[in-house]
Ligand binder design. Structure first.
Ligand code: ZN
Length: 196
């Protein structure tokens, strides 16, 4: 039986570790759902408008995949796991969002803005739940929060631009979350307690 030091430290600082893991799993599901949705959506985006929106979707998609990876790392560090039902829950989540039959940019934008808004709300709550208690999770969810706010800005910029203005700037992907990727495996933080 392995005990998890990271989890004990979090509990010690007054955070309900199981509740925190559940919230992080919920976010991991949200991020993977976005990635999945964006991957399919980008196939529907054609034409001048569609091309421009696809550039936004591609960058947000890449960042959301990074968010998923960073969240999973933290979940494992805290002794949590992704539930066996993850894949089926993902299917349900994606089914809730309407995929357009064809490129219909005006119809898609509100869906994307709503998803970004939900993310911002969820990460803001996670920041409040961990501030001053679990610094490692707090730093991660704060970094993700900043990048989610950037997704909102990209979409609003897209709405405000001239459709024929082809100029785009290359974005720096995940400037804030990258330091949280590829951190030590949870195994390093677990201590075997072989009691008699
Ligand atoms: Zn994200």
């Amino acid at each position: 039986m392995a005990r998890c030091v990271a989890r004990e430290l979090v509990e010690w600082s007054g955070v309900d570790a199981q509740r925190l893991v559940d919230l992080l799993v919920e976010r991991a599901l949200g991020e993977m759902g976005n990635y999945y949705y964006y991957t399919i959506l980008r196939m529907h985006l054609v034409g001048v408008e569609g091309d421009a929106l696809r550039r936004v979707v591609d960058d947000a998609r890449e960042e959301d995949r990074n968010h998923f990876e960073a969240l999973v790392t933290r979940i494992y560090e805290l002794g949590g796991r992704l539930p066996a039902t993850f894949a089926s829950e993902l299917g349900g989540l994606v089914a809730l969002r309407n995929l357009p039959a064809e490129a219909d940019v005006p119809q898609i934008i509100p869906i994307l803005l709503k998803a970004a808004e939900e993310s911002v709300r969820a990460y803001t709550q996670l920041c409040s739940a961990t501030a001053g208690k679990d610094n490692r999770t707090y730093n991660l969810v704060l970094a993700i929060l900043h990048e989610e706010i950037a997704h909102q800005v990209w979409l609003l910029e897209f709405l405000g631009r001239d459709a024929r203005d082809g100029a785009t700037h290359a974005r720096n992907i995940s400037p804030l979350v990258t330091p949280h990727l590829y951190s030590p495996q949870s195994a390093h933080l677990e201590v075997n307690s072989r009691t008699a």
